[in-house]
Write a protein that binds this ligand. Structure first.
Ligand SMILES: [Zn+2]
Length: 116
């Protein structure tokens, strides 16, 4: 009789601990700072990025920011992260995103790959 109560408590504790471990796992994924290449690829294919974050950034900043510095007005067609997600950049922070035209995006990507 007493044994089964202890057993129940042990089982309950095990469930709590397991849930706790799982929670930590979920929190880590949500708050994790750096992403590997595959995670970045997955994120950039997600509807959160394609349907929400990216269009919202282009709505806020519809012209190319690099061209703007050079005094040119060019329509932006791409959004890149200033601090790359692989380097711990914030994927939800619009100030960590830069609107670029096709040409400036190609240049930025080439530069980023060279510096790697
Ligand atoms: Zn540009």
């Amino acid at each position: 009789m007493e044994n089964s109560i202890v057993l129940k408590q042990v089982r309950f504790l095990a469930v709590v601990i397991f849930a706790g471990v799982q929670n930590i796992g979920i929190r880590e994924i949500v708050t994790k700072k750096t992403m590997n290449k595959l995670e970045v690829e997955k994120f950039k294919n997600s509807s959160l990025w394609r349907r929400t974050l990216r269009p919202e950034k282009l709505r806020q900043q519809p012209s190319c920011e690099t061209c703007h510095i050079k005094g040119k007005l060019t329509e932006a067609s791409a959004v890149e992260f200033i601090i790359k997600l692989e380097d711990g950049g914030d994927r939800f922070d619009y100030s960590n995103m830069i609107s670029l035209c096709k040409r400036c995006q190609i240049i930025k990507t080439a530069e980023a790959n060279r510096n790697r």
